[in-house]
Write a protein that binds this ligand. Structure first.
Ligand code: NCD
Length: 530
């Protein structure tokens, strides 16, 4: 079946399934042992050893470990490694991400390692580069590795974290109890854990952070959906008041550079809640391990240096593991390792359920005076959108109708909007929009209607009778509309960045919409350009 890892993009940790990650960890274990015993034969199984194979590092944010471990991994592989000087590049002349990376791909580079403030960059470039490669007859579509994008994800850090947890679990994946401590709001390394920790069969996560630095709700939801049991604590002090203490603690740095002034004012107090103190140690089981993606601040480290010489210290080995994991990952992407993978393939399930259902118009009652909503006179020709926002407050229903008329461009026509109650219950409100005239709604417009007005009915009226009737449900995907926009200002697709990235959303289990790039989640009414 060839090598399923060749040219694989890693934008989020979920781009590799659990079996694939286990394979990577087995290989990394073998590699690490070979380094220790200097077994050149085994090391050569990994080595790409191709001076034409190009790896490009593009770091738009600072880095020591991620950038340098990749650079050293590339040196092991004896491949070409370049580093774009972003400060003096044409980024400063207003060039887009797509144009920049397509240019570099044209010079025979196969792997891009990208760190950016903008979120979702690798997913976008993966799409944009496929078209470029086709236009220019490039044989290899490059792989894009996310080396940290804003406060979104950091999948290769997640790989080395998981590898280190496994080492401390004797490679047993049956369970993990992990405390995540520190800046859970901005920390992309902890966000990758919401999917990453699924590597373990049973997962218990304790989130320790003051409210200002708390884990964003959609990551907590994702953890719960993934079956993790999740507990929340305000501080380490609070956490230690109870008995069920994790054996693994993952610390993160308060990311001051991403904080607003309000939060910065309380920096000292917030930091105090997530900083380890000597007095805590007697209450933490002595076989516990502390992890940290690093860097730690030299004046205000959340893991103080006196821990370095104790058995709690797992963060130094974790950092060292970064290079081994990245050597293996590059070997897989280059197609050097991976032929013997026989595990489960990556699944990309696509929900194609129908969300605009045609219902029989004959089922609708003949309109007589008693069953007409008050104030409405039947129209002879036109459309009636009924049951809008059923059960909500009249004010919300009016807002909702304003959004529908805007998105469906119904604002310039005659007709009206009406809030009414149902026949059986005069406390249950619903909205009705009617537009008289010869109106045809195309399939695309019906899609727009479903996207903004799920759960309503659309009646097409011809010569005084309901010619067709549709019931709408929330679509599994919303895309291909010019006026869609991801509300996350840090997303590569946000209109303010002018990157020309078309917004695209997928429905979540709780009927919200997740951006295809930054994965931030929103209600259906929040994804339209304001
Ligand atoms: C982290 C990062 O940049 O996301 N560091 C890392 O990659 N090892 C964490 C941080 O910046 O605090």
């Amino acid at each position: 079946m060839g090598n399923v890892f060749t040219s694989r993009t890693l934008a989020v940790i979920d781009d590799m399934n659990i079996a694939e990650r286990r394979y990577l960890f087995e290989k990394t274990r073998r590699l690490k042992e070979a380094f220790a015993s200097q077994d050149e034969t085994v090391l050569d199984e990994f080595r790409i050893d191709d001076s034409d194979f190009g790896i490009y590092e593009v770091f738009l944010e600072d880095s020591t470990r991620t950038r340098e471990s990749f650079r050293n991994a590339a040196a092991f592989h004896k491949v070409k490694v370049s580093d774009l000087s972003v400060g003096t590049s044409s980024f400063n002349k207003g060039e887009s991400y797509a144009d920049t990376f397509n240019t570099l791909a044209g010079y025979h580079n196969s792997v891009f390692i990208i760190r950016s403030k903008l979120e979702g960059v690798c997913t976008w470039l993966h799409e944009a580069s496929a078209a470029f490669a086709q236009r220019n007859g490039l044989t290899r579509v490059p792989a894009f590795i996310n080396a940290g994008d804003g406060k979104h994800e950091h999948p290769t850090q997640e790989l080395l974290d998981e590898f280190t947890f496994l080492e401390d679990n004797a490679f047993d994946t049956s369970s993990i109890h992990l405390a995540l401590v520190g800046d859970l709001y901005h920390g992309r390394t902890v966000h990758s854990k919401a999917d990453g920790l699924s590597l373990f069969d049973t997962v218990k996560v304790d989130l320790i952070a003051p409210r200002e630095l708390a884990m964003p709700g959609h990551y907590v939801n994702k953890m719960k959906e993934n079956g993790f049991s999740v507990r929340v604590f305000d501080s380490i002090e609070d956490y230690l008041k109870q008995e069920d203490i994790a054996s693994k603690w993952y610390f993160t740095r308060p990311q001051l550079e991403r904080m607003g002034e309000q939060v910065l004012k309380r920096e000292k107090e917030l930091r105090g809640k997530v900083t380890l103190q000597r007095s805590y140690l007697s209450r933490i089981p002595s076989d516990s391990k502390f992890y940290h993606p690093l860097p730690r601040h030299r004046v205000h480290p959340t893991i103080p240096t006196f821990i370095d010489g104790t058995s709690f210290n797992a963060y130094e080995r974790q950092s060292i593991n970064g290079m081994y994991v990245r050597i293996t990952l590059l070997a897989m992407i280059a197609g050097k390792v991976g032929e013997d993978y026989s595990g489960r393939m990556r699944e990309r399930t696509r929900n194609d359920e129908e969300y605009i259902l045609k219902v029989s118009p004959s089922s609708s009652k003949k309109k007589t005076d008693e069953n007409l909503s008050e104030g409405i006179r039947p129209i002879r020709n036109g459309i009636v959108i009924d049951h809008i926002g059923r059960g909500e407050t009249p004010a919300n229903i009016r807002k909702h109708m304003a959004l529908i008329t805007k998105v469906l461009s119904l604002d310039s026509m005659k007709g009206g909007e009406w809030v009414s109650t149902s026949k059986s219950d005069n406390q249950t409100f619903k909205g009705i929009i009617f537009r008289p005239g010869d109106i045809e709604l195309s399939r695309k417009e019906l899609k727009r209607l479903a996207a903004v007005a799920a759960g309503c009915t659309l009646n097409i009226i011809k010569d005084g009778t309901v010619e067709a009737k549709y019931r709408t449900h929330l679509p599994p995907r919303i895309y291909n509309f010019d006026d869609l926009a991801c509300p996350n200002e840090d997303c590569i697709s946000h209109p303010s960045h002018n990157e020309g990235v078309p917004a695209r959303f997928t429905r979540t289990k709780d009927n919200r919409y997740a951006c295809a790039y930054c994965n931030s989640e929103h209600n259906y009414n929040e994804i339209w350009r304001q």
